[in-house]
Design a protein around this ligand. Structure first.
Ligand SMILES: C[S@@+](CC[C@H](N)C(=O)[O-])C[C@H]1O[C@@H](n2cnc3c(N)ncnc32)[C@H](O)[C@@H]1O
Length: 302
C-alpha cells in the first residue's frame, strides 16, 4: 500500500473508534512507524510501504484504537522544548506542568533560556518582579519526579543550582535517569528512590512538586485513557486527593531553610483545602493557567 491511502485508512479506523484528533494521531503514528518527519509524509504520498512498515503501522494504530496514549506507543513526549522518553511507568508530562517550572524560575528571578520554550503562563505572571531572596545557585528538590521533566527543565535553566529529584517508583526513576542522560544532564541531578522527602539532607531553598492530587472520589471525572493506562500511583493520592500533599507540606517545612519556597502543581478541586494545610506559611499565592484554572500554589516558610 502507498503512504497516502495507508494514512487515510488509519484516519478512518481511528475516527470509527472515536479516538480524539484522528488525523493528528494517524500522522504521528505513521511518522513513528516509518521513522520519518511530517515533511516527508507530505512530500512522498506515493511511497510504497514495505510489509514490515505496514505491520508496524497497523500495530500502532490498533493500540491507539484501544485507547493506549500515543506517547506510550511512540515512547516520546516533548516537555520544555526537550524530547523525553516515556513508558507506562511514568505519567506523560503535561503542558500545564510547564507552569510549575515557570513559577520556580520566576521565584528564583531567572527568565527561561530554552530557545524553543514558549511561555505557558500569562505575561502578567511572568512579569511579576522576582524579589524572592533566592539565588540561581539554590538547592532545589523536585519531589515525585516521574519522567524527570521538571527536574530536567530546571537543570537546563539553572546551570548553577544543585538539583535533587525523588520518586518512590524505581521504574519511574529509571526513566528519569535515562532522560537526564539523553540530555547530558546526568551530572546535574541527584536522584533518590524514597517516600517524598525522606532521608534528604536539609536545608533546601526550594521544594517543587507535581504530586498525585486526584481523589478516588473524582475517579469518574478522570479520562478513561488516564485511568486505564497511566500509573495509578502517579495520578491518585487517596480518597480525597490531598493525602500526598498533606504529608508533603510538613516534610517540606522541615527541610526548607527559613524563607525557602514550596511550589506545587494543584487542581481547582483541592486548592481551597490546600490553603488550610498551608496555615502558618507566608506569601501563599495561587497562579492560574491560561484557562483560568488554579494550577500552581506557592508558599514561603517563615
Ligand atoms: C503526577 S506524577 C508527576 C510526575 C512528573 N513530576 C510530572 O510532572 O510529569 C507523580 C509522581 O509521584 C510519584 N509518587 C507517588 N507517591 C509518591 C511518594 N509517596 N513519594 C515519592 N513519589 C511518589 C509517582 O511515582 C509519580 O511518578
Amino acid at each position: 500500500m502507498q503512504l497516502r491511502p495507508a494514512l487515510n485508512e488509519a484516519i478512518e479506523r481511528l475516527t470509527a473508534e472515536r479516538v480524539p484528533s484522528p488525523r493528528m494521531n494517524a500522522e504521528l503514528l505513521l511518522m513513528f512507524a516509518f521513522g520519518c518527519d511530517r515533511a516527508y509524509l507530505f512530500a512522498h504520498p506515493e511511497r510504497e510501504l514495505t510489509s514490515d512498515e505496514m505491520s508496524r503501522y497497523d500495530t500502532a494504530v490498533g493500540e491507539r484504537s484501544r485507547g493506549v496514549p500515543a506517547q506510550y506507543i511512540t515512547g516520546h513526549q516533548e516537555f520544555w522544548g526537550m524530547d523525553l522518553i516515556v513508558t507506562p511507568a511514568v505519567l506523560i508530562p503535561r503542558p500545564e506542568t510547564e507552569h510549575v517550572v515557570e513559577a520556580v524560575l520566576q521565584t528564583v528571578g531567572v527568565r527561561p533560556q530554552a530557545s524553543d520554550h514558549k511561555p505557558r503562563a500569562s505575561e502578567e505572571f511572568m512579569e511579576v518582579p522576582a524579589v524572592r531572596g533566592l539565588r540561581s545557585d539554590a538547592r532545589i528538590v523536585d519531589v515525585a519526579t516521574g519522567s524527570g521533566c521538571v527536574a530536567l527543565a530546571l537543570a537546563k535553566e539553572l546551570p548553577h543550582a544543585e538539583i535533587h529529584a525523588t520518586d518512590n517508583s524505581s521504574a519511574a526513576l529509571e526513566v528519569a535517569r535515562a532522560n537526564a542522560a539523553r540530555h547530558q544532564l546526568e551530572d546535574r541531578i541527584q536522584f533518590h528512590e524514597t517516600d517524598l522527602l525522606a532521608g534528604l539532607k536539609p536545608p533546601f531553598d526550594l521544594v517543587v512538586s507535581n504530586p498525585p492530587y486526584v481523589g478516588d472520589c473524582e475517579e469518574d471525572q478522570v479520562q478513561l485513557e488516564v485511568r486505564k493506562f497511566e500509573p495509578r500511583s502517579a495520578v491518585f493520592a487517596g480518597p480525597t486527593g490531598t493525602e500526598v500533599i498533606a504529608r508533603l507540606i510538613p516534610q517540606a517545612h522541615s527541610i526548607l531553610r527559613p524563607g525557602g519556597w514550596l511550589i506545587m502543581e494543584v487542581s481547582g478541586t483541592i486548592v481551597d483545602r490546600l490553603r488550610n494545610l498551608l496555615e502558618g506559611w507566608d506569601n501563599v499565592e495561587v497562579a492560574t493557567d491560561l484557562q483560568a484554572i488554579p494550577r500552581v500554589v506557592k508558599a514561603r516558610k517563615r
